[in-house]
Design a protein around this ligand. Structure first.
Ligand SMILES: CC(C)(COP(=O)(O)OP(=O)(O)OC[C@H]1O[C@@H](n2cnc3c(N)ncnc32)[C@H](O)[C@@H]1OP(=O)(O)O)[C@@H](O)C(=O)NCCC(=O)NCCS
Length: 150
């Protein structure tokens, strides 16, 4: 994998194939093209792509409300992990005007993702039983933007 600088940009429809490839490398139960297209064509849904030497190496897909952002999906190619790319994607996402609260669900067994969220400043707010199709619980994690912390 290339060693160049990481750049971020907004999603373009032609990125779908790269997102699917990263998704398949990242999850045992990856989303299908149909599922991804269903999300990515919603009005409030936006994705940010991380590139290295113009090659997509990570993405974050989120639903943007007036004050709240829900993260739907985030992944980084295995060869480029632990280099701060997820952090860059999260930092870019919270620049959204009005962003007050970010919320997500993560598998209870997904320790690397939980560590990345905790390091960023998320806290666990509750455990949602039977959240996933295989019945695994989710941790719901939330992040209050520094602009709104008392
Ligand atoms: C979760 C994921 C997106 C993190 O991406 P990343 O680019 O490797 O994360 P970062 O490099 O920005 O890491 C940020 C912090 O998270 C923590 N972290 C990341 N990966 C970790 C791991 N495997 N073990 C322990 N801590 C980890 C570290 O504290 C790190 O900060 P540091 O390097 O300054 O110590 C990536 O592991 C991934 O794609 N996983 C598969 C898909 C997935 O599980 N997505 C989340 C679904 S909810």
């Amino acid at each position: 994998m290339a060693e160049g600088a990481i750049t971020l940009r907004q999603f373009r429809p032609e990125d779908i194939a790269d997102i699917i490839a990263i998704e398949q490398e990242s999850f045992p139960d990856p989303w299908t093209q149909e599922m991804l297209e269903d999300w990515l064509t919603r009005r409030r849904c936006k994705a940010i792509i991380a590139e290295c030497d113009k090659v997509p190496v990570g993405f974050i897909i989120s639903l943007y409300g007036a004050k709240r952002i829900d993260i739907i999906d985030i992944a980084v190619v295995p060869a480029m992990r632990k280099r701060g790319i997820a952090r860059l994607l999260l930092e870019e996402m919270i620049k959204h005007p009005g962003c007050e609260l970010v919320s997500l669900e993560v598998r209870q067994s997904n320790i690397p993702a939980q560590m990345a969220y905790l390091k960023f400043g998320f806290i666990v707010t509750n455990i949602v039983r039977h959240f996933y199709e295989d019945d695994e619980p989710a941790l719901r994690m939330q992040y209050i933007h520094s602009r709104f912390r008392t």
